[in-house]
Design a protein around this ligand. Structure first.
Ligand SMILES: [Zn+2]
Length: 137
């Protein structure tokens, strides 16, 4: 099992849910929403406090995915402060962005297995995940 899958497994075992909002709350991460323009979300650590900021103009599915992505940063690289998720980041090849996207995809699909009759796109849609993530399933 790779690094990201192990983190997802461990996270779900500890927090007993795959809901990124609930996990963030349980971890004491402070979530705020602001109109961020082109930026979908960001993660920061300041004085040992962790913050996730979500673009308030997104719908609930988008917020859930972006929260899961930022949670991936918070869990994989808590000290790393330089991640702004933009629409273009969904197809980013930067290692930490790929790992955060994979974390979000594995987390949000954890309890819903893909049925035979579904296409990958339908499955991702059902789980509220952007189609750009199809390479992770
Ligand atoms: Zn990111």
């Amino acid at each position: 099992m790779d690094f990201v899958s192990r983190y997802v497994d461990k996270t779900i075992k500890i927090y007993k849910t795959n809901d990124p909002f609930s996990i963030a709350n349980q971890k004491g991460i402070i979530i705020t929403e602001l109109p961020l323009g082109e930026t979908l979300g960001l993660y920061m650590m300041r004085r040992r406090f962790q913050f996730i900021t979500l673009n308030s103009d997104m719908n609930l599915h988008e917020k859930r995915f972006v929260c899961a992505h930022e949670l991936g940063h918070a869990i994989e690289y808590p000290e790393c402060n330089t991640s702004f998720l933009r629409k273009t980041t969904l197809t980013s090849i930067s290692r930490i962005e790929v790992q955060a996207n994979k974390f979000a995809t594995l987390l949000l699909t954890y309890y819903d297995k893909m049925e035979n009759w579904m296409t990958k796109d339908q499955y991702l849609k059902m789980c509220g995940i952007p189609v750009e993530m199809s390479r992770f399933i």
